[in-house]
Every structure is written in C-alpha cells, then in structure tokens.
Design a binder for this molecule. Structure first.
Ligand SMILES: CC(C)(COP(=O)(O)OP(=O)(O)OC[C@H]1O[C@@H](n2cnc3c(N)ncnc32)[C@H](O)[C@@H]1OP(=O)(O)O)[C@@H](O)C(=O)NCCC(=O)NCCS
Length: 172
C-alpha cells in the first residue's frame, strides 16, 4: 500500500498541553484520580497521532504508569510524540509533569504509551497506512527502538488473548 511521505517526530510532537487539578478530579483519598491522567493523556496522544498521519484515529491500547501522586490545584504539563509507526498504527509516548508555574520546576508524575490506529480505509477496505516517522535526536532514536520491544510484547499478549477467547468459545 502507498504511504504518504515520511515525517519527522518534531513535526507532530506536542510540547505544551496543560490541565489543572480541580476538586472533581480527586479520588476518595484526596489525590488526583488516575483515570483523569489516562483521559487527558488519551486526548493528547490522539491529537499527536492525528497531526502525524493527517487522518482520524482510534485508541487501540492504553498503558499508563503513575509515578507520583498529584495534589489538588497542581498544574499538569503533558508532552507527547510519535515513537514509532507500523502500518495503520503507531505508538505515541506521553510524559506528564506536575509543574510549578512560578519556578518552572517539573516533577515527573506519569508516563504513558498509546497505540493509535487509523480509521480511514482504502477502496478495498484496508486501513490506510500512516506516514513513516523519522527519529532525529538520540532520545527519539532510543524511543523508536524501545517501541518495537513494547509492541512485540503487546502482540504476544494479543495472540494469547485471542487464543483464550477462541478456546472459551469452543467450550461454551
Ligand atoms: C482496535 C481496533 C481498531 C482493531 O481493529 P481490527 O479490525 O482488529 O484491526 P487490525 O487488526 O487491522 O488492527 C489495526 C491496527 O492495530 C494494531 N493492533 C491491534 N491490536 C493491537 C494490540 N493489542 N497491540 C498493538 N497493536 C495492535 C494492528 O497491528 C494494526 O496495526 P498495523 O496495521 O500497523 O499492523 C478495533 O478493535 C476497534 O475499533 N476497537 C475500538 C476502538 C475504540 O473504540 N477506542 C476507544 C475510542 S477512541
């Protein structure tokens, strides 16, 4: 399938997306509910993926690791970039920081990986392929390599999940 021309990571990277923690974002323990980071992160990841591929996308897999608790009133800074593209899917990495707006001090509070897939299809019904991504910096190249390892693991998990579902259907 024909791909659109490759794009640099920096062409779609999101450097500054901010959210503030309000009372309705807290869990019963009085700290930020983790699901809020997943929702905000998903939006940033979708925006980043769409800026890269120029097509609508859906979220296939969400993986978020919460490094530190976040308190009421804190400002969160989201950064996102496309780590790697396969055919119709890509991995977007996000990094979330609690930011002190007055001192610019950053505290790393979460990391996420989102697999996003295009929803546009060719006339034959296949999902359209995304442009390749071109990592340039040492950090971008490192993320590009690590994304392949994570995707191999996801594919193994997906295979197991499908096998389990098929076995379950056969015995039901
Ligand atoms: C996820 C979904 C798109 C997969 O659909 P499908 O018909 O099985 O499509 P495919 O098998 O062609 O998968 C699409 C892409 O996702 C990738 N993919 C699917 N499952 C994956 C997994 N567990 N891990 C990594 N990649 C995965 C495929 O490899 C493919 O990418 P590629 O073309 O780059 O190889 C489909 O199940 C869906 O639409 N789910 C709902 C999505 C949704 O509602 N998200 C929340 C709202 S945005």
């Amino acid at each position: 399938m024909k791909r659109p021309p490759a794009k640099k990571v920096s062409a779609s990277a999101i450097q500054e997306q901010r959210e503030q923690v309000f009372p309705h974002h807290l869990n019963p323990a009085g700290i930020l509910f983790g699901g809020e980071i997943a929702v905000w992160g998903d939006k940033v990841a979708a925006l980043c993926a769409m800026q890269h591929c120029g097509m609508p996308v859906v979220t296939v897999v969400q993986e978020v690791r919460h490094e530190e608790a976040v308190k009421l009133g804190e400002w969160l800074l989201f950064k996102a970039s496309v780590n790697r593209v396969w055919r119709s899917s890509c991995e977007v990495g996000i990094k979330v920081f609690a930011e002190n707006l007055f001192t610019q001090e950053l505290r790393h509070v979460a990391t996420g990986y989102f697999v996003m897939a295009t929803t546009k299809r060719t006339t034959s019904g296949a999902r359209k392929w995304m442009p390749e991504v071109l990592p340039e910096t040492t950090e971008e190249k490192k993320r590009f390599c690590e994304a392949a390892l994570r995707n191999n693991r996801r594919k193994r998990e997906e295979k197991k999940r499908k096998e389990k579902r098929n076995n379950h259907q056969e015995t039901a």
